[in-house]
Design a protein around this ligand. Structure first.
Ligand SMILES: [Fe+2]
Length: 269
């Protein structure tokens, strides 16, 4: 039993490049059970569900083994309910109907290219590596949303993409429709046009829809104008032959607060 062994990281391993992962250990500790302890324990290889490894020896010295390659153990193939209807990736073992997929899986999440050439990133069953007693992958945990910062602290299957200064995120369809996010701007363009632009920040933040030819009213300013006009109208009187009239018996209605949107807001000006 070797508590520590060298491992070459996947197909490629170099000083700065290569796959970053480790083989999965079996759930059964073979040191804690004898070789004939029964079906469920011991050295029964059918029950050792860790990844299969190909071991080499440095300088042919059996005291210097290293793990050259590994294959996921078929018993680890318990992502969904093992139904063929599950997508490949949730199952490790492809079936003929899956075609020629190229996926990679780790802790319930899988990603790669499917048979139709689509990039697949499926994190719906992401977990922290704590498997059920029968070796099945755990069902997705139901975790209440948390405002914690960072928000990644207590849930699995998040997407983190931390990019350097001046990086650009672009998703483009047919060269004319694209979503572009830069450090200080967000653009949505559909069919070669300008559809949505978010620019600047705080009191200077700008939202431009389409070509932005017309402007939205600032309702607070309009409300103040309405209030001023109402007070003038309601108070005005007319000179008559017998002295000034009374104020109007039909004053203007007050401002309807329902005009003020509670769902859309933007800076003043
Ligand atoms: Fe009047």
């Amino acid at each position: 039993m070797l508590p520590k062994v060298l491992y070459t990281y996947g197909d490629r391993a170099g000083m700065h490049e290569g796959k970053v992962n480790v083989p999965r250990k079996p759930r059964i500790d073979i040191e804690q059970s004898g070789p004939l302890d029964g079906e469920a324990t011991g050295m029964n290889f059918a029950n050792l569900d860790g990844d299969h490894v190909l071991v080499g020896f440095i300088e042919d010295d059996t005291k210097q083994p290293y793990i050259d390659k590994f294959l996921p153990h078929p018993r680890a193939d318990r992502g969904g309910d093992l139904a063929v209807a599950d997508p490949p990736g949730r199952r490790l073992r492809p079936v003929e109907a899956d075609g020629e997929v190229d996926l990679r899986k780790h802790r319930g999440s899988f990603w790669g290219i499917d048979d139709k050439g689509a990039l697949v990133i499926d994190l719906t069953r992401a977990h922290a590596g704590e498997y059920d007693a029968d070796g099945s992958e755990p069902a997705p945990a139901v975790v209440a949303p948390s405002p914690a910062d960072p928000p990644f602290a207590n849930v699995h299957g998040n997407i983190k993409a931390d990019l350097p200064n001046q990086a650009v995120v672009r998703i483009r369809i047919n060269t004319t429709t694209e979503v572009v996010l830069t450090q200080d701007k967000f653009n949505l363009r559909i069919d070669g046009g300008e559809n949505l632009t978010l620019d600047l920040k705080d009191a200077n933040a700008q939202l431009k829809l389409g070509n932005g030819e017309k402007h939205a009213a600032i309702v607070e300013t309009l409300e103040a104008l309405w209030g001023a006009a109402k007070s003038i109208f309601d108070a005005h009187i007319h000179p008559t032959g017998v002295g000034p009239s009374s104020t109007t018996p039909t004053p203007l209605p007050g401002w309807d607060a329902g005009i003020n949107s509670t769902k859309v807001s933007f800076p003043d000006g």
